[in-house]
Each structure stands twice: as C-alpha cells, then as structure tokens.
Ligand binder design. Structure first.
Ligand code: MN
Length: 209
C-alpha cells in the first residue's frame, strides 16, 4: 500500500495505516505534550514513522482516554517501538491512553552506551553526528494544545522528530554490537516499563542507599 509521506489524523490511526505499520519490523514514535509531568500535562500529539518514511501525526483530543488502533500497534510484540528518551513517552502513553508499550528501543540509552566519547546525547546532537542532518528544534517548547491549528513549523518539527529515528537506531545498533554492549542495551530497554511504573507512582531513587 502507498501511504502519503505525511498525514495528520484525529484521535487514532486508520485501519489501513495500522495494517501497513504492523508489517514494519520497527516504528519510530514520539509524543508532544503540554509539559513534562504526565499527571498534570495532557498528551497532544503522537507521531509515528515506519521504515518507508511514512509519517503519521495523531492529534489526541482533550479528555481522550483511548486510541484502540494506536494501542494495537504500540503493544504488538513483533514491532519494535523506537523512541528517543522512551522513559517519558512510554509514561505519558500509559497514563493518558492506557497503552503498555513493548518492545522498546531507546536511542538515548543506546547513544549513552555506544557513544561514550561524548556527553551530547540529545536527539539533535545524535542526528547531527549520525545522519549529518541539522534538526530545527525551535518548535520544541510550543503550544501543542491548540491541535486543530498547529502551524506548519510545528507539524514539520513533529514529523522530523520521528523521521530519522529508525536510521539512527540502525547505526546505534551496529555500534552497540561492535562494542559488545548490545546485550546490555537490551537489558536496559527491558527494565523501562518497571522504571515507568515507579515514575508514575512518583518514587524517586528507589535503588539509592
Ligand atoms: Mn518531539
């Protein structure tokens, strides 16, 4: 099936796009919210991209508590969900839409484990080094609550946050295997749902002395 390179949807994925995305072995995922606290700040937008580079942005309505097709995709065992700093996105998706995301790949954790020659692990830095692409992050802190009237700049920013993730994932996977940290990376990804449970209960430093 041929999907457009970028489409905006309300509330959920269409059945057709869900079917197409379920055939991808990996899907890049990002969210935009009103802020950094899931209990306080609502989820406004969920962006997805498959290996063919087909981006979908789903506008989440105020008060919306479920997104059935999105849930099917994000819980599908045979599709790896790739995030940059999964800890936040997985928490907000669970809190607002009841989605238990799995399996997970986090490009920020992968970058920290593989790129030990730098302390620059923001998405912009990682994309710049691995893809030689300059991401424009100027819309990062903007009003995502006005979903019906998102600007061109906001939508293009939102799309770019998922457009390069799968290529970054492949390069980081290669580096992790080369440095013999692939197993450790997978173990880190597997504890993310537990970490998210603790975060949502507002436990801090549970493992500290
Ligand atoms: Mn983003």
């Amino acid at each position: 099936m041929t999907l457009p390179d970028f489409q905006v949807r309300d509330r959920d994925l269409s059945d057709a796009v869900l079917t197409e995305y379920l055939t991808s072995e990996a899907i890049a995922v990002d969210t935009e919210t009103m802020g950094l606290l899931p209990q306080r700040d609502r989820l406004c937008l969920v962006q997805l991209c498959n290996l063919e580079g087909q981006v979908t942005a789903i506008r989440i309505a105020r008060g919306q508590t479920e997104s059935p097709n999105l849930k099917k995709l994000l819980e599908a065992a045979n599709v790896v969900k790739v995030f940059h700093f999964a800890r936040f996105d997985v928490a907000t998706l669970r809190h607002h839409l009841g989605i238990q995301v799995q399996p997970i790949f986090c490009t920020k954790i992968a970058s920290k484990l593989a790129r030990t020659y730098t302390n620059r692990h923001g998405l912009k830095d990682v994309v710049q080094e691995l893809e030689q692409i300059e991401l424009d992050k100027s819309a990062q802190s903007s009003d995502w609550g006005n979903a019906a009237n998102l600007s061109e700049a906001q939508l293009s920013y939102a799309a770019n946050d998922v457009r390069y993730l799968l290529s970054v994932q492949q390069k980081l996977t290669h580096m992790l295997k080369r440095e013999e940290r692939w197993q450790l990376a997978q173990e880190c990804f597997q504890v993310l749902p537990t970490l998210v449970s603790l975060d949502l209960l507002q436990f801090q430093d549970l493992f500290a002395h």
